[in-house]
Design a binder for this molecule. Structure first.
Ligand code: NI
Length: 169
């Protein structure tokens, strides 16, 4: 297993649209393991392949308090969304230290392959629903700050670039 480097906003690679996973093979299973290890190490609840610079449709999530309910979703597709939406405070491992409100469906059903290539439908609500929608956005090249006002987004961009310059010193 390996901890993978996470791309940081505003890295342009975060805006890459991911391609479907062609085959759930050993390489994909290894990537899933590495992504889970990376997510747990960073104390995150979700991670998209896009964030580790792999542009294939795969996300990992674990919203459990015990950190023992890992979910691997390969080629996820929304098959149902609830009529209602909710404003939730979100953060992202690619935008460290920034939290802001984003509207998401209250509940979603997602069809995806698991790490064994088996197709199933996950019925997600509450935090899991928010997390899955956030991670699926990453696969479309979308970071949550893009839902915020241009003013806020530019402030975040400036802050991130400044932090990176200080890190490089
Ligand atoms: Ni994120």
């Amino acid at each position: 297993m390996a901890i993978l480097p996470i791309l940081c906003y505003p890295d342009p690679r975060l805006h890459t649209v991911a391609k479907p996973v062609a085959a759930v093979d050993g390489r994909i299973r290894q990537l899933a393991k590495d992504m889970l290890e990376t997510m747990y190490e960073a104390s995150g609840i979700g991670l998209a392949a896009t964030q580790v610079d792999v542009h294939e449709r795969m996300i990992v999530v674990d919203v459990s308090k015990e950190r023992d309910q890992p979910l691997v979703l390969i080629n996820p597709e929304l098959v149902w969304t609830s009529p209602g939406k909710h404003l939730n405070e979100e953060g992202c491992l690619s935008v460290p230290g920034i939290y802001d409100g984003v509207e998401r469906f209250d509940a979603v059903h997602v069809r995806a392959l698991d790490e064994h290539g088996k197709s199933r439908v996950i019925e997600a609500e509450e935090l899991l629903a928010v997390c899955v929608q956030h991670e699926m956005d990453h696969l479309m090249g979308k970071v949550f700050v893009e839902y915020l006002s241009p003013l806020k987004r530019n402030r975040i961009k400036t802050k991130m670039l400044k932090a990176r310059r200080e890190d490089a010193r």
